[in-house]
Design a protein around this ligand. Structure first.
Ligand code: C2E
Ligand code: MG
Ligand code: MG
Length: 711
């Protein structure tokens, strides 16, 4: 083992703390400085492994074995070493999952290397004892053998238990180490038979091997075996039983060499437990959940179906941030215990995946209802107020549910589905569950794919503008059009903006796309200005994101100039949400636009945070009342409903503020009449004409509007 070329301070500090931790717990024929030097080399190896990419835990195995080679063999030593590794490599005890996984892997490899080498050494020692015993036999009778100095010395002094028995299994003698290990005195041992030490957990083959040995069909066998001590406690051992033959070669005695490995065994099961459980809450962890899920998929219960309920606490970060992590941790512990209490006895696995994420694995489901019922109980368990230090905390959770045939499931796919569904539950308002819906998921996937296709679609000229007439309610004549974007997708066909505008905004492609819309609409506006005697107003939808585009204002100025359009002919529609509650920069842009003379309209008014007094401070010329308002304004013949009154007062308020009002989604004559009576200026909707390509809309308008040529 080579020393690192330059021993860095981190390694030295690690080794020196390690040396102090282990000195005294093992009998080591080395002074502290020498121990430190030896451990420095090992610490260097561990740190190097920890930092190397790609990560490989193999160094841990070598370090574990090297410890045994230098007699660091007390079980306490290995426990302290494992604790040291975690402290030294992750001093801040970060809950970074990658770090935790690496440390776990290094600790596991270290314990494995340690256990393997210890076992090798034990077996070597046991062999030496067996040889000593056999030599003794070849020299004299059993009595003489007993007095054989060499055998006696080994027998009495060995740290390892040795027992002697005849071929009937009667125990003849036991050395001090075995007496101590099993808690019986020598006379008590002598009245016992080997068969009395049978343990319910013994592997069946152990006793078959024993029979073979007694019959002289084998010389020895080795096994891991549990013994029951006189006080009822269990002892885990490595056991080697060998046969001793008489001078004629007939089986005469048996000799058992027994090493106590209880601590090592306990350590291994503790490591095993730690690897599969969450430290904070004691619930199963992600690894165990994953393993159980894999198992269930290959070997489902009799229904052949499984369910997963993935839960995430709502706003848990706020608790952590406001009252601290210590309280946050207690909340998690309480929630874990409630979930466990409410569901584990039914055989469902409750696991914590990390942070505030929990999951319940439901076996043998017969349909979605089974998972829903588990989710409802789980959400209810979380929602009961939690009292910590006489303060009550209220927490809710959202859950994503998936239930399907195990054969149709794939672990990663199932978790992904639960994750998507959890997101739906959050988006739908939290504190609720959502059930996985493959169609909705496909739709979202398609949307995601659409998002990626947008830039190419713009380059390939796949977008079109349709126009919808805006009709003056007083005389029924078209006063303008709204430009509405369409995507003629080569594979999916005619796509409405609802399918892609959101993605275009998220990806930012809305900026160049919106510029194209403005340009195309202005060009069309210019054509109609040449055709119709009264200029038509062109209304164009603008996304908030476009307001941040520094070229927007100059671009619009240029478009108006190039197409010979008066600014008042262009109207920009922004949604209420886009202008209200935004920071000052978009507002400054709006004011500049208004200054140009371009009209600003608030689209879908009434669906957001309607605040007329706020609107008054904006350069707004028009309100477009949302469709929901209109259909309620005149339900089946009953003209003046309460909503009609609201519309009426909105209209008069808007007029007082110098704004005009357009009603959207007018579908019937009654609605049109009602809105006219309420004082609305303009109507838009299928009743007046659906959106259509320019030529079609033009044919409609040709019927109503005087042409320039006619003048
Ligand atoms: P919007 O600006 O409120 O447009 C009105 C929507 O109502 C249009 O849907 C239109 O087809 C629909 N509509 C018209 N008359 C009726 C009717 O009588 N009944 C019903 N139920 N609906 C009617 P569309 O074309 O699907 O557009 C949806 C939204 O997409 C628009 O709502 C607008 O917010 C956005 N959008 C459309 N084009 C653009 C664009 O070029 N840029 C941006 N940023 N957004 C756009
Ligand atoms: Mg609009
Ligand atoms: Mg609208």
């Amino acid at each position: 083992m080579s020393e690192p070329a330059v021993t860095e301070p981190a390694v030295v500090a690690f080794a020196s703390r390690w040396a102090r931790a282990v000195t005294g717990s093992s009998y080591v024929p080395m002074e502290l400085p020498e121990t430190e030097a030896y451990l420095t080399a090992l610490a260097g190896q561990l740190l190097a492994a920890w930092r190397t990419e790609p990560f490989d835990a193999a160094a841990g195995f070598q370090v574990g074995a090297a410890m045994v080679d230098r007699h660091f063999t007390n079980p306490d030593t290995i426990s302290k070493t494992l604790a040291m590794v975690s402290e030294a490599l992750n001093p801040a005890q970060l809950i970074d999952p990658a770090a935790v996984t690496r440390i776990g892997a290094l600790q596991g490899a270290l314990a494995a290397g340690y256990a393997t080498r210890l076992q090798e050494r034990t077996l070597a020692e046991q062999d030496a004892i067996r040889i000593a015993a056999t030599t003794a036999r070849s020299e004299a009778e059993m009595a003489a053998r007993a007095s054989d100095a060499r055998f006696r010395a080994v027998f009495a002094g060995a740290a390892i238990g040795i027992g002697l028995g005849d071929t009937n299994g009667n125990i003849l003698d036991a050395n001090p180490a075995l007496i101590k290990m099993l808690g019986y005195s020598v006379p008590e041992m002598r009245v016992r038979n080997v068969g009395d030490f049978m343990h319910p957990d013994d592997a069946l083959k152990v006793w078959a091997l024993y029979e073979e040995l007694i019959r002289g069909e084998r010389e020895s066998f080795q096994t891991a075996k549990q013994f029951l001590r006189s006080d009822g406690r269990g002892v885990w051992t490595h056991l080697t039983v060998s046969l001793i033959r008489d001078t004629d070669g007939a089986p005469e005695y048996q000799i058992a060499v027994v090493e106590d490995v209880t601590d090592l065994h306990r350590l291994q099961s503790q490591l095993q437990y730690q690897a599969h459980h969450d430290e904070l809450t004691g619930l199963a962890n992600r690894a165990l959940f994953q393993r159980q899920l894999d198992q269930l998929i290959t070997d489902p219960g009799k229904s052949g179906r499984i369910g997963v309920c993935l839960m995430d606490l709502d706003g848990f970060k706020a608790i952590n941030d406001s009252v601290g992590h210590a309280i946050g941790d207690q909340v998690l512990v309480e929630i874990a215990s409630r979930l466990d209490g409410a569901l584990s006895h039914e055989g469902h696995l409750v696991a914590r995946l990390g942070g505030d994420e929990f999951v319940i694995l439901i076996e043998n489901t017969t349909g979605a209802q089974d998972v829903i019922s588990v989710a409802e109980r789980a959400l209810e368990a979380v929602e009961r107020p939690i009292t910590i230090a006489s303060r009550a905390y209220s927490v809710t959770a959202s859950a994503g549910l998936v239930e399907r045939a195990a054969t149709a499931a794939d672990t990663a796919d199932l978790i992904r589905a639960a994750d998507i569904t959890l997101y739906w539950a959050k988006a739908d308002g939290k504190g609720r569950w959502a059930l996985f819906d493959p169609e909705r998921s496909d739709r979202e996937v398609a949307q995601y794919t659409l998002a990626r296709m947008l830039p190419a679609a713009l380059a390939n000229d796949e977008f079109r503008l349709h126009y919808q007439p805006l009709v003056n309610l007083a005389d029924g004549l078209p006063s303008g059009v709204e430009a509405l974007l369409r995507w003629e997708h080569p594979r999916f066909g005619h796509l409405l903006p609802g399918r892609f505008i959101g993605a275009a905004e998220e990806t930012g492609i809305i900026v160049p796309l919106g510029r194209w819309v403005l340009e195309t609409a202005c060009q069309q506006g210019a054509k109609w200005a040449l055709r119709f005697a009264d200029p038509l107003r062109i209304s164009v939808n603008i996304a908030i994101r476009q307001l941040a585009d520094r070229q927007l204002i100059d671009g619009i100025k240029q478009m108006l100039d190039e197409n010979g359009l008066a600014p008042q002919q262009l109207q920009l529609e922004l949604t209420e949400r886009a202008v209200i509650g935004t920071d000052s920069e978009p507002l400054a842009v709006l004011r500049q636009l208004a200054h140009l003379g371009v009209r600003i309209a608030i689209d879908d008014f009434g669906t957001g945070y309607s605040n007329m007094t706020y609107l008054r401070r904006l350069p707004v010329c028009e309100l477009k009342l949302a469709g929901s308002f209109i259909s309620e304004a005149s339900p089946n013949g009953e003209r003046r409903s309460v909503d009609a009154e609201i519309v009426g007062s909105l209209v008069s308020l808007a007029h007082t503020l110098g704004m005009t009002v357009t009603a959207e989604e007018v579908e019937t004559e009654e609605q049109a009449d009602a809105l006219r009576e309420l004082g609305c200026d303009t109507g838009q909707g299928n009743y007046f004409g659906a959106s259509a390509p320019a030529e079609e809309v033009q044919r409609l308008m040709d019927k109503h509007l005087p042409h320039v040529a006619d003048l």
